[in-house]
Design a protein around this ligand. Structure first.
Ligand code: KIV
Length: 294
């Protein structure tokens, strides 16, 4: 991985990286050769410039997921997320990264109508954000669209298993594939997405056996979320992994407890403001000629 530094002395928004080469679609697709992925693919979600800067050196891919609807906007599901939201956040994440491949989710209603509608939406996302790929949910039903986009220069990440945009059909966000028929359907979906030309795919919320079969049956790398260690890579929603929410789904491992730490920092600040112990002379502009803090 290239070594990068962020120069924050001139601007918070403009990183000055040590020139490094961004991950590409062929380099990621090539991680899986003859069905084997030697180095698992690391993916996290990012929605903002600063989070992208922090995650970028550690990730192969940053996903601007439509989960931003819930995580950033407090929406009840991903259904209301718009193309405008995805473009604004996608552009911010591209500006904050230089190493990871950035992929942007196609929001509900922006691609299912026809391959032509999908191309219009995907090309807008790519032009307005500078991202290198889009992700869309659906298996066999989306195969024609995935092929249409891939043949026209739009790299596609598929998404099968639990597909949150179908929450109203599924009736919730529980793991999929517990029934034999549904397990077979998930495998068929993954194969259809693979054959249609997706360069990799997310498999979400499935039993380990299904994840294992999918990973062994498709040529494209499989990135799992709630899908066991059998996959070619893993993705988590960053805010879940950092412990920013009360609820921790079973498949999430918390690597920090940021909610508690932010609460403590905010409480300390509030107490110091109320007791007038912040700001001190250290945080106050001195008159000309007088040293800071004197
Ligand atoms: O929207 C999202 O963040 C996703 C990931 C959870 C895979 O689709």
């Amino acid at each position: 991985m290239s070594k990068v530094t962020i120069d924050t002395s001139t601007s918070r928004a403009t990183p000055t990286p040590v020139p490094g080469k961004r991950m590409t679609v062929p380099s990621l697709r090539g991680r899986k050769a003859d069905g084997i992925t030697q180095e698992p693919i690391v993916m996290l979600t990012a929605y903002t410039m600063r989070m992208a800067q922090l995650l970028d050196p550690h990730c192969d891919m940053l996903l601007v997921g439509d989960s931003l609807g819930q995580v950033i906007y407090g929406l009840p599901s991903t259904i209301p997320v718009s193309l405008e939201m995805m473009c604004a956040h996608g552009a911010a994440v591209v500006r904050g990264s230089w190493h990871a491949l950035v992929a942007v989710d196609m929001p509900f209603g922006s691609y299912e109508g026809s391959p032509g509608q999908a191309f219009e939406s995907a090309s807008r996302v790519m032009k307005e954000t500078g991202c290198a790929a889009v992700k869309l949910e659906g298996g066999e039903a989306m195969a024609e669209t995935i092929a249409f986009l891939s043949k026209r220069g739009v790299p596609v990440i598929g998404h099968v298993g639990l597909t949150p945009q179908a929450v109203n059909m599924l009736g919730g966000y529980g793991a999929r594939g517990r029934e034999t028929a549904e397990a077979k359907k998930i495998l068929a979906d993954a194969k259809a997405v693979d054959q249609a030309g997706a360069f990799c795919m997310v498999v979400e919320g499935v039993l380990e056996e299904i994840a294992s079969q999918v990973t062994a049956s498709v040529a494209a790398p499989v990135i799992g979320i709630g899908a066991s260690p059998q996959c070619d890579g893993q993705v988590l929603v960053t805010e879940d992994m950092l412990g920013l929410f009360e609820r921790t789904p079973r498949f999430v491992k918390r690597y920090d407890d940021l909610a508690a730490r932010i609460g403590e920092a905010a409480a300390a600040y509030a107490a110091e403001v109320r007791s007038r112990s912040f700001p001190t002379a250290d945080q106050t502009y001195p008159p000309k000629g007088r040293p800071k803090g004197a």
